[in-house]
Design a protein around this ligand. Structure first.
Ligand SMILES: Cc1cc2nc3c(=O)[nH]c(=O)nc-3n(C[C@H](O)[C@H](O)[C@H](O)COP(=O)(O)O)c2cc1C
Length: 211
C-alpha cells in the first residue's frame, strides 16, 4: 500500500518537525503524513511510521515527542527545500539534523524545542494524544501523534490582509512546497476559486426530484 497511498493522496503538506531528546539533542525531520485538523485551537497530526533498522522501531521524532511532549512544526518553502530534504536521511539516533542541514535553530517561546529560522510559518506545539496503528500481525507499524499549537509565528513579509483585516499568508510570497509520491515535491502554481453554494440550491435539488 505504501507507493499507492503516497502517490494517490496528493499533494500533502509537509510538517518539518523539530524536537529535543530527553538528553537535549536536537532533531529535525520532514513528515508528509501531516495536517492541521482544527483551528480553535489548532491541532496538528503527524504519522510516524516504524523503522526496521532500529531495535525500538521508533523514529527519533516519535521517541522525542513521547519523551518530552514538545515540538515545533516548521512549514517548508521553496527557498530551503533542498536543505530540508537533507534531514530525512536514515541517520543514527543522536545525529543533529539541524546542524547537518545548515539550517538555523532559534529558540521557541513556549516550548523547549527550537524553531527553524528559514521557515516562514512556525508552530510551537504540545503533544496531546497518541494512537498506535497495528497491522494484522499485531505489530505497531505507525503512531499518530496529535499536538496542540500553543503559539504560531509568521514572517511578516509573507503575509497580507483580507478585506475583513484578518492576517493571512500570501501564497506567492510563501512559495509552499508539498509532497507527492516517490521522491517528488510540488509547488502550487495555479489557483482558482469556486464559491460555496448558497442554501437556495437545496430547494432547487428537491424541485428537480419532484419534476
Ligand atoms: C518529504 C518527506 C516526507 C516524509 N514523510 C514522512 C512521514 O510522514 N512519516 C514518516 O514516518 N516518515 C516520513 N519521511 C521519512 C522521514 O523523514 C525519515 O525517516 C527521517 O529519517 C526520520 O527522521 P527521525 O528518525 O529523525 O524522526 C518523509 C521524508 C521526506 C523527505
Amino acid at each position: 500500500m505504501y507507493p499507492f497511498t503516497i502517490s494517490s493522496v496528493i499533494p500533502r503538506p509537509i510538517g518539518f518537525v523539530a524536537s529535543l531528546s530527553k538528553e537535549g539533542v536536537p532533531n529535525l525531520s520532514p513528515y508528509s503524513y501531516f495536517n492541521v485538523m482544527s483551528h480553535d485551537p489548532p491541532y496538528v497530526c503527524i504519522g510516524g511510521c516504524a523503522t526496521s533498522g532500529r531495535p525500538s522501531k521508533m523514529k527519533d521524532t516519535q521517541q522525542n515527542l513521547l519523551e518530552t511532549k514538545e515540538f515545533t512544526i516548521n512549514l517548508i518553502s521553496e527557498w530551503f527545500v533542498e536543505a530540508a530534504n537533507h534531514t530525512c536521511g536514515n541517520y543514527d539516533r543522536g545525529v543533529n539534523e539541524i546542524e547537518l542541514s545548515g539550517l538555523t535553530p532559534i529558540p521557541s517561546v513556549k516550548v523547549k524545542a527550537p524553531r527553524i529560522e528559514e521557515s516562514a510559518v512556525q508552530f510551537e506545539c504540545i503533544l496531546r494524544h497518541t494512537y498506535d496503528v497495528k497491522n494484522k500481525k499485531g505489530d505497531i507499524t505507525a503512531t499518530i501523534l496529535i499536538g496542540e499549537v500553543v503559539l504560531a509565528h509568521v514572517l511578516e513579509a509573507v503575509t497580507t490582509k483580507t478585506g475583513h483585516d484578518h492576517i493571512i499568508v500570501d501564497i506567492d510570497k510563501y512559495a509552499p512546497v508539498s509532497r507527492l509520491g516517490g521522491d517528488s515535491y510540488a509547488r502550487v502554481t495555479e489557483l482558482y476559486d469556486i464559491p460555496r453554494p448558497g442554501k437556495e440550491w437545496q430547494a432547487r435539488a428537491s424541485a428537480v426530484k419532484k419534476a
